[in-house]
Design a binder for this molecule. Structure first.
Ligand SMILES: Cc1ncc(COP(=O)(O)O)c(C=O)c1O
Length: 270
């Protein structure tokens, strides 16, 4: 085994489909490239191995996690002593998804990762672990990172979204944080709320802490939680202090997308 980075995305298994497999696989392969881990197989073989693993597990509700490591070797930092990279996959059964409860968040005191490492999904996750623990120890769900310019970044393993006073869905830009598959899908699904007038627009740009705390709604977005409303950030109550209607509508949309979305996001297991 080498100390080289291992990657660990996760995605949902619902009924007989995998949700957002292609999108997670794209990020996985991009991260492998950035981490300089050669692929043990080509994309379509990896895809097929992952689908076969889920099929063999007979799991109908859960998630698939998978890793890529530089493989067996000499326990040195460089992967030059590793013969072949190795892919690992595990299927984790879970109870059916529950509507996420509202939560509090705190500004993280753990230093944010530099963009080079924040944009790739790797096991360089100790800062994320400490941010999550810091949040939990203060009675919150997670810590929220603010970047070096004072803009809202992301949570420990989720993105952040806001609804502004003029009903725009506002998501911090993805250029210095992990580009969340769930957040990107939420941005697409949210177009339905623009059409029916519940949102006035959708925008991805820098968000100052002040603007975020003054929002009508705040939410955490990620494949582990889907869309989780935030009702308090540090001492600031967000909006009405109750679960936001847009957060709930986005949760319902993504849940429906998992059950009956288009083939681009739902890959059959059988
Ligand atoms: C740091 C970080 N940001 C955002 C996300 C959300 O990404 P996704 O929606 O693809 O799960 C994750 C997921 O693990 C993450 O680790």
């Amino acid at each position: 085994m080498s100390i080289s980075i291992i990657l660990f995305p996760c995605w949902h298994i619902t009924g007989s489909h995998l949700y957002e497999l292609e999108q997670h696989l794209d990020r996985f392969l991009g991260s492998a490239l950035m981490a300089e881990i050669p692929l043990p197989f080509d994309r379509s073989t990896i895809r097929s191995i992952l689908i076969q693993t889920v099929r063999a597990s007979e799991c109908t509700q859960g998630s698939l996690r998978y890793w890529l490591s530089a493989g067996p070797g000499d326990f040195q930092l460089s992967s030059s002593g590793c013969s072949n990279s190795a892919l690992y996959a595990i299927v984790i059964e879970s109870a059916s998804l529950q509507v996420p409860a509202s939560c509090k968040v705190v500004t993280s005191s753990v230093p944010i990762k530099s963009p080079q490492f924040a944009v790739m999904k790797s096991v360089n996750y100790l800062p994320n672990v400490l941010t999550k623990i810091e949040g939990e120890e203060s009675g919150s769900f997670t810590g929220i990172w603010v970047d070096n310019e004072g803009f809202v970044a992301e949570g420990s393993n989720m993105n952040v979204g806001f609804v502004t006073k003029d009903k725009q869905l506002l998501v911090p830009r993805f250029d210095k944080i992990l580009s969340g598959c769930t957040a990107k899908r939420v941005l697409t699904l949210a177009e339905q709320l623009v059409v029916d007038g519940r949102l006035s627009g959708i925008i991805s740009r820098n968000v100052s802490v002040e603007e975020g705390k003054a929002a009508d709604e705040m939410m955490l977005i990620g494949s582990g939680i889907l869309v989780k409303p935030v009702v308090q950030w540090d001492d600031q109550i967000i909006g009405s202090g109750k679960e936001g209607q847009i957060a709930r509508a986005l949760y319902d949309l993504i849940l429906e997308d998992m059950k009956s979305g288009p083939p681009s996001v739902r890959i059959p297991i059988h």
